[in-house]
Unconditional design. Structure first.
Length: 276
């Protein structure tokens, strides 16, 4: 798929995100906007999910509060009707603020409301694939602030000690979290050196909001997998990317745009696939 087409999808996904959260005056647009290129690239160019067998790649969203980008991407990839995006965060909707898999929404593999659990779940799936000689991969996305949860580091230690080399964990490295910058709230330090000290292969992306660089990192990670080490991608992104007044701040974690702000955001992201 050409980058021009992917860029068009990304623009539409951004429109979906701001419209979804604005309609119910709740949700997390900042982190969602920052991960658009990752999701579009992963689902349109990387994940191998078309299989008649049980052997297919699995994606786990650990930082479940960025569900708007997840739901939009799934809908735009045909997992469910895009009209269902209009039910986001509404009573009896399958599209709750944090994804759940008990409502049968296609594409959702884990209930991810509580932070810090996705890597552990991904490890369990990856181990089952190794036991069953399943050649497919497990992809996990986690936030950088989320790495302040200790369960992650138990999982990182377990993965390398047991050579779980069919898992690729991407860290949304935007430097922001609910109450401020990660440096101010609880400094996570040098993530590259920490992952390496835990026995992981580490790749770095200096601009995760680039479709080309997101794809290149995921491509290299895939090629590097199954060589004895788990793989981490440290993906630097800008929270709120694509909407100028939402960028470089934590303030749009749990805050929706008003009508005037929504209009500005939509004007910055052209409609390409048709609004839901």
């Amino acid at each position: 798929m050409e980058n021009k087409e992917l860029a068009g999808i990304a623009s539409q996904v951004r429109r979906d995100i701001v419209r979804m959260v604005s309609a119910v005056n709740s949700g997390h647009p900042g982190g969602s906007l920052g991960c658009v290129e990752f999701f579009v690239t992963l689902y349109k160019r990387v994940l191998e999910t078309e299989s008649n067998s049980n052997s297919k790649d699995i994606f786990i969203l650990s930082n479940g509060h960025i569900s708007p980008v997840y739901y939009s991407t799934l809908a735009r990839c045909g997992y469910f009707d895009i009209k269902e995006l209009n039910t986001f965060r509404k009573i009896n909707s399958r599209l709750q603020g944090h994804p759940t898999n008990h409502d049968g929404l296609p594409g959702i593999n884990i209930s991810s409301g509580s932070l810090g659990q996705g890597v552990s779940v991904g490890l369990g799936i990856a181990l089952s694939k190794k036991i069953n000689n399943d050649p497919s991969l497990v992809y996990v996305l986690t936030g950088d602030g989320e790495l302040q949860e200790g369960q992650n580091w138990e999982a990182f230690m377990y993965a390398s000690a047991n050579k779980v080399d069919n898992i690729i964990v991407t860290v949304d490295y935007n430097g922001q979290q609910i109450d401020g910058s990660t440096e101010d709230v609880l400094d996570i330090g040098n993530l590259k050196e920490k992952f390496k000290s835990f026995g992981w292969e580490v790749l770095e992306v200096d601009n995760g909001n680039s479709l080309d660089k997101s794809y290149e990192a995921l491509k290299i990670a895939k090629e590097t997998s199954k060589k004895g080490k788990p793989i981490a991608i440290l993906m630097k992104t800008v929270m709120g990317n694509g909407v100028d007044f939402m960028m470089h701040t934590h303030e749009w974690h749990g805050k929706a745009p008003n009508d005037d702000q929504l209009e500005i955001a939509l004007n910055q992201n052209p409609e390409t696939l048709g609004d839901y």
